[in-house]
Design a protein around this ligand. Structure first.
Ligand code: ZN
Length: 280
């Protein structure tokens, strides 16, 4: 495993396909809502316009927004995973490379792009906001997994071991080789989900092959904001997309990630009644 500070590669290019070139410029984390709006039962009033929210959270002329959350359920009339990846341009227009992943009628995974102007997020979201500029970023490259921690949990452990205060990162990584355990949420449950077992039956798990392009955020502790410790969703150039848990091919897996340290965290619509359920 290697960790270096490098000049950010052009992340618009393959294999990353982000909506802007870089991750630099006033990087901030924005966390909206939380799992209590999804479980035990969905609260459909929790539908957010992330574009407006991001512009208020980070008033800069141009902004890249990437991360993980629940996609806008009105788009397909069903619950979807949101893989957010869009740029707010100086003239207010949006370059939208965001995807949604759903469980289709055959219980297969189906990935598709969001409509160009649809920047909505439902229920919960963990986003990195920045100016989308080039600059210095953290590069984390590793091959072969020897422990039980996933890629992001390993980074969190390194940070926690070295820094006593809260550290937050956002960014992107590629699963270059191997496969990953990822879930896609099915449509909202009509019966309350109250146990891990019920949750894991409702979530549809897949073993998804490389290459997967993941976007999201991590923090070393919840602070007093009920922050989610890590949340990455990935998309691909094929049918696969979903919520990253861990690779399933430890001997052959290869990751390459680029991250920036957030200068601030903005917390929106924090649930007043919370639980620790459904955050893996
Ligand atoms: Zn997720």
């Amino acid at each position: 495993m290697s960790v270096d500070v490098v000049e950010c590669p052009n992340l618009k290019n393959e294999p990353f396909y982000l909506a802007a070139e870089g991750l630099c410029g006033n990087a901030a984390l924005l966390e909206v809502g939380g799992p209590p709006y999804l479980l035990p039962l969905v609260d459909r009033t929790k539908l957010y316009d992330t574009k407006t929210m991001c512009q208020q959270a980070l008033p800069v002329p141009e902004m890249l927004v990437i991360g993980a959350g629940a996609g806008p359920f009105p788009f397909l009339g069903t619950n979807v995973e949101g893989i957010f990846n869009f740029k707010i341009n100086a003239n207010g227009s949006v370059t939208n490379e965001s995807h949604v992943a759903q469980v289709d009628a055959n219980l297969d995974c189906h990935l598709q792009k969001l409509e160009p102007n649809d920047t909505r997020c439902a229920l919960l979201g963990n986003l990195l906001l920045c100016e989308g500029k080039k600059g210095k970023v953290l590069k984390v490259h590793c091959k072969k997994r020897t422990g039980n921690l996933d890629f992001i949990a390993s980074i969190r452990k390194c940070l926690t071991d070295h820094y006593p205060s809260t550290v937050g990162l956002g960014g992107t990584f590629i699963l270059k080789e191997g496969k990953a355990k990822q879930h896609v949420m099915q449509d909202f449950s009509k019966t309350p989900i109250t146990t891990e077992e019920e949750l894991n039956t409702w979530l549809k798990f897949y073993e998804m092959p490389a290459k997967l392009i993941a976007v999201g955020t991590l923090v070393t502790d919840e602070a007093d904001l009920d922050l989610r410790l890590q949340h990455f969703h990935s998309f691909s150039k094929g049918k696969w997309g979903g919520h990253y848990h861990i690779d399933t091919t430890p001997d052959t897996v290869e990751y390459e990630g680029y991250f920036v340290v957030a200068e601030q965290v903005v917390r929106v619509d924090k649930p007043t009644v919370t639980h620790k359920f459904g955050r893996d």
